[in-house]
Design a binder for this molecule. Sequence first.
Ligand code: ZN
Length: 569
Amino acid sequence: MFGAVNMRGGTHMQRTRVCSSAAIAALLTVAIGGATAADAAGQGADGDAGGAKANQTIVFVLDGLRPDSINARDTPNLLRLRREGVNYLNSHAVVPTVTRVNSSVIGSGSYPTRTGIVGNSMFVPDVDPLTPFSTGEANNLTRLDEVSGGRMIFVKTLAERLAARGQTLAAVGSGSSGGTLLLNPRAPRGVGYMINAGDETQTAPFAYPESIGEEIKQRFGLPPSTTGQPNANAKVDYAQGILRDYVLPELQPDVILNWLTEPDGSQHKYAAGSPEAIAAIRNDDRQIGLVLDRLDELGLEDDTNIMAISDHGFSVHDFNVNLSQELVEAGLKASATSDDVVVANSGSSLVHVKDRDPAKIRAVVAFLQKQSWTDTLYTTTKQPSRGRWVTDTYGSVKPRGWVPGTFSLELIHQANPERGADIIVTYPWTSRRNAFGVAGTSGKAGGGATGPRSGAASGHGSFSPYDIRTTFIAWGADFKNGVTELTPAGNVDIAPTVLALSGVNDGLRSDGRVLREAFEDTDRHDRDAVRTRTFKTRAGDYRATVTISDIKHGRYRYVDKSARDRSAR
Ligand SMILES: [Zn+2]
């Protein structure tokens, strides 16, 4: 079935036209900039795929799809792709395991340390001096872009790097407006396409360029409302219709990042394994089957590489921590709305201390290490000085943070000097099963009272393997056929792999790696260089561990899990 043919039939003329407009966009992008100095000092070691057979790549991102949800009954199309392609068993979300952290990673190939998108909820005083904002709202990201001098995200994006070589990326999403925008954050500046099909309120930008938005609305109507429905299937269907009948045949982008917002919403409400979530997963699979059919109709199936992934896993919530309130009651924060210590919650908590005050950071950590609901803690490797960090972000980072009993933010790719938190706090997780027999529970940060939770409400954001482990399938002419791959991989590797498949070798550095072991035409693999290590830390009675898999002596690091050691006394 992999008789790859580089053929687009009568569509070639149109394709050429699209490419030249992309080239113009690329020139605009160069003028705008947006890359950091570190970005420009890349190593260019990744290279291309050495003559890829397929001309197009589609990345399906199924929001929150656990790999154990794939089976013959519910997901025949995904199962087919998994059997015929490369199935990564050891794949990783980026921590904290929330959606927008991972959508920005997918759209850039860089970690939060360099992207500056550190949470679903982010505290940036120039945006709001007192309160974190949601990165799910595209309008908040636009504001972030304004106050950051055009640096919503600090690195060159996948779309920009493709555009610089005359190739086009389209982000098509049925999730939050912010999540879709972070797949192509420079779309508002003329780079590629973005279609945000998930916003029924139409308060966020619908599409870039705006002209395609008008055309889509005329032909497909407005995004449907899913209020009162058990899932957002109607939004998924709407977005996938636009993909099949407009994006694929008419826009003809070289790369498509296609975000399917379910089963995230149904799992949040009803838990993984619930009938509602399974109905949403079945619908996703049906929609992916329709895209495959459409590719076949267009003569593109053999010309398309497909990656089917998820941004994070899922677990049922068994405990809530109102960290802001806890800190106020402990006398470590002046009030719920004070700016001396600000807590941004992304399942785990990102704690920002005013002026990066070392004494306050140490006091907050000491308090947290005494609380039974705290799991693991992260601070920078070096103590902040005069309100600034000196970070150590590449190579062999020190595993422990400067405060005793913490691990380092550098180790987990969360040491962003401008937007990063001073402390990251995680909450305990277990392997207990939920009411539907699906393993994995976690504590989480949120409003309301601190204490146990029962019921189906679920989520992600923890450092549990049930939240970290993702679905990761690579299929198509340029990927191996029927391989199960144990080498660690993750969302950070998607952009560099797509760039390699697209023949882009621009010398810029990606944090992720090219998944060469999955390529059809190579025997090369990094399996022998894989190392999994568990680091320990302690402060008095408090002890914790974090497990990291790495490749090439720490150049590529994946966070497997972290946990407090509660047996220690
Ligand atoms: Zn998500």
